[in-house]
Design a protein around this ligand. Structure first.
Ligand code: ADP
Ligand code: MG
Length: 720
């Protein structure tokens, strides 16, 4: 198999850059060219129809059939004028990634191109091959997709693509988008109520997301020569290269030219699709990069992130590059995250996490700030569960990634503000706007938060005007963590509002009531605040003392969804009923099992069919050599020693791979998904992956480089 490796390396050396024609226009002229968005609707719909669509979007309402017909007809004309032949309902099933089924506009029977409102609004893809956690087997086998008018349609290739939700025939959610939309509605309602304590003009609050996407870029030929990358998305073997990231010379360094061409190419495509990508740079590990868009409304931002990943894969093909979004493709190097920058913004244009110079707005800011910290404190385990995937388990707590312990970083200024607010005893409010003087926190209005006050080791950090949820995995769909975050904040805001109402009823002045409740929240949520080094051992100990969760593995982390507290939370805000949450957990556990199973098989196959035969061949050469030396009367101790070492590793590998197979057989008989997933975690992954890998990686150093079958880390990771 070594010839595959060398053929791939030869291809790599023969690659020439792929020419990317720079557009003659400025980006502003073609940005959103392929989007049927608000502007296109305004231009093509009758004013009354346009108004209806807009209202429905704002108020999370259904769009009636007549309106849908008008939109469908306008969208069809717009798309066909740009060469579209098909339309598709685009959805995000629980498999991760996106799914679609294309239908032609052309109706052969009628002999014309058609696209009816009913086809825009609803489709019935064959749902039986998507994961459902047992929901559909007890109900109807059918599922349907329904138009999500809050995310614009777009033209992808020759297909008019319609963002949709995916639900079972009886209405249970089978995708990641529907719970997200419901959580966003919940946070809109709760946040608006709280805003109205301060400003009656505020009618809606929108959650915003800017997701910084980290990824690795690998030459396609090298990728294809690594069955583990192909099958599992990560390398299960590979000795660390002599030069990893220790020189710290890659971060913000010059971008290699092939990657630069690729970036230019996908950015142009992204802009045409209305994805506001903005920042690009090298990341910490060799061959690791980042792309960050401007923030947008959460649902649209997440659709754009999903589309962007797909686009990057496709454009990568043109450049003979493979894009890895996996959380931990290479052991010993940084993994990839998808930092979720998040804030709440009112329809009057106020970012609720932005301190200002106005006293009124600052009390509102403090309210949202403290309530968010409190929400994370109350539901830290749920937040942890929301980012739990088998791949993210490899990343969390490993090289330069936030730990599995949830905590909030506030920065020294905001910490001081909260400490002060907490300590002041009897707060007296005088009429007028000078209550900050009374609170002793008169400095707030002048605070311009220092943007350099950063803590990159925190899983959830305040960064001056937004929170950054850094624990989200690189390949993950942000909808799941964003559903959890917006939901817990909605709940906390609702509780806050109820508490204020109660105090005010008792006759407490409103602002005093607000301040008092915030002070209780600050006291109650202190444990979740951590300003130190989240990567350190001390923090692990300190967190244990504080009784904060440190759940390192997915099957156990997911339990947080099934507590009464969580189940009730989802149901109360209409996001998911108990059955839906349970089904979702079942799906995630099943997916966990399958992924670990695939990795275990890949490890076994590679070890038994590629590594061991290679090692034996090399050993045979050494034996001939040892015998030759012996015949000449030359000392052959060193060679014999190597032969023994190789034998030792071969034995270990064989023994462990066989035992791992037996263990899988045992686990596969279990019918309880949770037990099985925990078994796959403890008795397969934890027990065997590292020991097998250790022997294989040692053999990589012993066996002649010319014979080694797997492309080595140093070859994979240093693209020019
Ligand atoms: P940093 O350098 O701290 O990572 P950036 O300004 O580059 O900060 O922003 C990182 C990401 O955060 C970008 O995607 C950006 O659009 C997003 N972002 C900025 N402000 C907000 C906000 N108010 N809400 C949500 N995301 C935001
Ligand atoms: Mg950032």
């Amino acid at each position: 198999m070594a010839h595959l490796r060398f053929e791939a390396l030869k291809k790599l050396n023969e690659r020439s850059p792929v020419f990317v024609e720079a557009p003659t226009q400025n980006a502003s002229q073609f940005f959103g060219e392929y989007v049927f968005g608000t502007e296109q609707m305004r231009a093509t719909l009758a004013p009354a129809v346009f108004k209806k669509v807009n209202q429905a979007i704002k108020n999370h309402e259904k769009i009636d059939e007549v309106t849908a017909d008008a939109v469908a007809s306008a969208a069809k004309s717009w798309a066909m004028a740009k060469g579209a032949t098909h339309f598709t309902h685009w959805f995000q099933p629980m498999t991760g990634g996106t799914a679609e089924k294309h239908d032609a506009f052309f109706d052969a029977l009628a002999g014309i191109e058609k696209f009816k409102g009913s086809e825009l609004v609803q489709q019935e893809p064959d749902a039986s091959s998507f994961p459902n956690g047992g929901i559909r087997s007890t109900f109807e086998a059918r599922g349907y997709t329904a138009w999500d008018p809050t995310s614009p349609m777009f033209l992808y290739g020759k297909t008019l693509t319609i963002p949709t939700i995916f639900v079972s025939y009886t209405g249970e959610t089978l995708d990641t988008k529907s719970p997200l939309l419901k959580a966003l509605k919940a946070v809109d309602i709760a946040a608006t109520k709280v805003c109205q304590l301060f400003d009656k003009d505020i009618q809606h609050v929108t959650a915003s997301l800017g997701s910084e996407q980290e990824y690795f870029v690998i030459d396609k030929a090298l990728f294809n020569a690594r069955p583990d990358l192909v099958m599992a998305g990560r390398s299960v073997y590979g000795h660390a290269p002599a030069r990893g990231q220790q020189l710290e010379d890659h971060y913000f360094g010059a971008i290699p030219s092939r990657v630069y061409d690729f970036m230019k190419d996908f950015e142009i495509e992204a802009w045409k699709l209305g994805i506001p990508v903005r920042t690009r740079h090298n990341e910490v590990a060799p061959s690791q990069f980042e792309v960050a868009p401007l923030f947008e409304e959460v649902n649209v931002a997440n659709d754009h992130n999903q589309l962007l990943m797909d686009l990057m894969n496709r454009v990568g093909e043109r450049h003979d590059l493979k894009i890895l979004f996996h959380e931990k493709p290479f052991a010993g190097l940084n993994g990839s995250g998808k930092h979720n920058n998040w804030s709440l913004i009112t329809d009057t244009g106020v970012n609720l996490y932005q301190p200002t110079s106005s006293a009124r707005d600052n009390l509102m800011f403090l309210t949202f700030f403290v309530t968010t910290v409190k929400a994370v404190h109350e539901y830290a385990d749920l937040l942890r569960a929301s980012i739990a995937t088998p791949a993210n388990d490899f990343r969390l707590g490993a090289n330069e990634a936030p730990p599995a312990i949830m905590s909030v970083f506030l920065g020294s200024q905001m910490s001081a503000v909260l400490d002060e607010l907490e300590k002041k005893g009897n707060v007296k409010i005088e009429k007028g706007d000078n209550m900050y003087m009374k609170l002793g926190i008169d400095q707030i209005p002048e605070i311009i938060l220092d943007a350099t006050d950063r803590n990159r080791t925190s899983p959830f950090a305040f960064t001056g005007n937004k929170f950054e949820f850094r624990a989200v995995g690189g390949s993950d769909n942000c909808a799941t963590p964003m559903t959890a975050l917006n939901l817990i904040v909605a709940e906390q805001l609702e509780q806050f509002n109820a508490a204020v109402e109660k105090e005010v009823e008792k006759g407490t002045e409103k602002r005093l009531a607000i301040v008092n409740i915030l002070r209780t929240y600050i006291k109650e949520s202190k444990n979740i605040r951590f300003e130190g080094d989240g990567y350190s051992e001390e923090w692990v100990k300190e967190a244990a003392k504080r009784k904060l969760g440190n759940v390192k593995t997915t099957p156990r982390a997911l339990d947080a969804y099934l507590t009464k507290k969580s189940l009730d939370l989802f149901e109360k805000h209409g996001v998911m009923n108990h059955k839906e949450v349970e089904a979702r957990n079942e799906i995630r556990l099943e997916s966990y099992i399958k992924r670990v199973q695939i990795e275990a098989r890949v490890m076994g196959d590679l070890a038994m069919n590629h590594i061991i035969p290679t090692a034996i061949n090399y050993q045979t050469k050494l034996i001939a050599n040892a015998n030759g030396l012996k015949g000449l009367g030359v000392d052959n101790k060193a060679v014999v020693q190597t032969i023994k070492e190789i034998s030792g590793h071969i034995d270990l590998i064989k023994k462990n791979v066989r035992a791992m197979i037996e263990e899988r057989k045992r686990l596969n008989k279990l019918s309880d998904t949770h037990k099985k997933a925990v078994g796959y975690c403890d008795d397969i992954k934890e027990k065997y992956f590292d020991v097998i890998r250790d022997s294989v990686d040692k053999l990589e150093l012993l066996v002649d480089n010319e014979d080694w079958p797997l492309v080595k880390y140093r070859e994979l990771l240093f693209l020019r």
